[in-house]
Design a binder for this molecule. Structure first.
Ligand code: ADP
Length: 485
């Protein structure tokens, strides 16, 4: 059934199958970053409401885990259809609170539905093992069971699909969930409550709370009923959540920060590399953890690459995400713009050349000009820090060994990209890069079929692929003896 955007914009939390407010009645404003206007409010909940949501999830878990994978798949397929039937309304809601261009928002909502469908299928394939027994009269079974209640904390840059990657496998595995969306973009998170209710999920299987991040986070990590924490966000907050989860030894999966390098070798197809660069850098105005943070370009093609990237960057249409043809929306908030300004100033001071953009956009607010900085060097802050904005610093390199060394010189290890036409080099570089996701001659590689996840301080665990459901399952070993065989 087709619904209006306003149908999904709930100014309440979803706990135990009811739409409720905070105990205190407190609310948080939600602002449209393109207009800076408040579009609504959501409850400011804390520990007590979160505890209630966890208890509702635990109660629901007892019966939900006993449903068959096939029955859960049927509900997940309904959820998928409900998302796709309302793709336009959900995409508009996403643009209103997040700012990204409508075309990107439609893509994100489509991706959310795709994760749900993928895990509807994968949930039916959580095979165990029957292991050859070393004892004549005993048999060994290995089974997979849902971990229990999971806590999911998600960021504002992909407020719909980051929850899909967590709720999809959790529900398919037989877990129940308490989710906390980011305060900047709560409606796309709360919409999952509306969708789950309408698809027919039993009360308490999906719970959504908004409010104080530290209070909700503390309850989710400290409550022993929660058996797993899944988080997407900054490395700093991820480390805190891992530390806090240690108290009750929960499973954790973490999708944390990135510092993606993008290498262009002399033998690369430069046109293709520029096309990939624009996609890998400017999607969501540079606000994704897999966005290129550092371009490394070999001497022989450096000038040509810079010239062509500048042309492509200057062609990007900046505006409100709801306007037709917009390619770059606003940044999420003022703090994000200040960080980008600081990084650009730092680069300029250290010899960087601003060859495109470089300042706040004439549209005002949190709009920033898509920017290219040539002659970037390793002392600049963006060698180590995530930019999370539309800025392309371009470093030079001489040879392959130097390029791989520079690319790996970071605590992060999420996505990386490189362009070459040499097959031997493709394998050498692929094997040399310490990253969980590698695009070879491709700038956009995320898909539900493949495992997404970082190495080093970029995270733990995988989302997507058949691997993505593993983190929601416990493995049990059963030894059956006295069989008298
Ligand atoms: P970003 O820098 O992208 O906003 P954060 O890591 O700060 O990333 O936020 C990602 C998610 O983590 C959001 O939902 C945010 O509210 C939440 N969060 C922030 N601080 C905490 C915390 N101390 N405990 C639990 N969740 C937190």
């Amino acid at each position: 059934m087709l619904k209006k955007t306003s149908h999904f914009m709930r100014e309440a939390n979803f706990i135990g199958g009811s739409w409720v407010g905070a105990d205190s009645g407190a609310m948080i404003d939600v602002v449209n970053p393109a207009t800076r206007q408040t579009i609504g409010t959501v409850p400011k909940c804390g520990r007590t409401e979160t505890r209630r949501a966890i208890e509702a999830a635990e109660e629901a878990f007892h019966s939900w885990k006993k449903t068959s994978a096939n029955d859960r798949a049927k509900l997940l397929r309904k959820l998928h259809d409900a998302i796709m039937d309302n793709q336009e309304a959900l995409a508009e809601l996403l643009v209103m609170e997040q700012g990204k261009p409508l075309a990107e928002a439609r893509g994100e909502v489509g991706m959310s539905a795709a994760y749900v469908l993928w895990y509807a299928e994968e949930g039916r394939r959580t095979y165990g093992d029957v292991v050859p027994s070393p004892w004549a009269d005993r048999r060994i079974l290995v089974t997979k069971e849902p971990v229990g209640v999971i806590g999911a904390i998600t960021p504002w840059n992909f407020p719909s699909s980051m929850l899909a990657r967590k709720l999809g496998p959790a529900l398919a595995a037989g877990c129940t969930a308490v989710a906390k969306p980011a305060s900047q973009t709560p409606y796309s998170g709360l919409a999952w409550g509306v969708l789950a209710e309408e698809a027919g999920f039993p009360a308490g299987v999906v719970n959504i709370v908004t409010g104080s991040a530290s209070e909700i986070g503390d309850e989710l990590t400290e409550n022993p009923l929660v058996r797993k924490i899944t988080f997407t966000g900054s490395t700093e907050v991820g480390k805190t959540l891992i530390r806090k989860s240690a108290g009750t030894v929960k499973k954790v999966s973490m999708e944390l920060g990135g510092n993606a390098p993008f290498l262009v070798f002399d033998d690369a197809d430069v046109e293709r590399a520029v096309e990939g660069a624009v996609a890998a850098k400017y999607r969501n105005s540079g606000q994704t953890c897999v966005c290129t943070n550092r371009f490394f370009v070999q001497e022989g093609v450096y000038d040509r690459f810079v010239e062509k990237l500048v042309e492509a960057t200057e062609r990007l249409k900046v505006g409100s995400g709801l306007e037709e043809g917009t390619q770059q929306g606003p940044l999420i908030d003022e703090k994000a713009v200040e960080k980008v300004e600081e990084l650009v100033a730092d680069a300029a001071e250290k010899g960087g050349k601003v060859v495109a953009g470089g300042k706040r956009h004439a549209l005002g607010g949190t709009f920033f000009e898509p920017t290219v900085i040539a002659e970037a060097s390793p002392e600049m802050r963006f060698m180590q820090e995530e930019i999370f904005g539309p800025v392309s610093p371009i470093f030079r390199f001489n040879d392959e060994e130097e390029a791989v060394r520079l690319a790996n010189d970071t605590a992060f290890g999420l996505a990386c990209y490189f362009y070459t036409a040499d097959l031997g080099r493709a394998f050498r570089v692929m094997e040399g890069l310490r990253y969980g996701l590698i695009g070879v001659n491709e700038g956009i590689i995320t898909t539900v079929e493949a495992p997404f996840g970082g190495l080093k301080e970029s995270g733990l665990g995988k989302e997507g692929g058949h691997q993505g459901i593993e983190d929601y399952l416990d493995t049990k070993y059963v030894c059956i003896g006295g069989l008298g065989l």
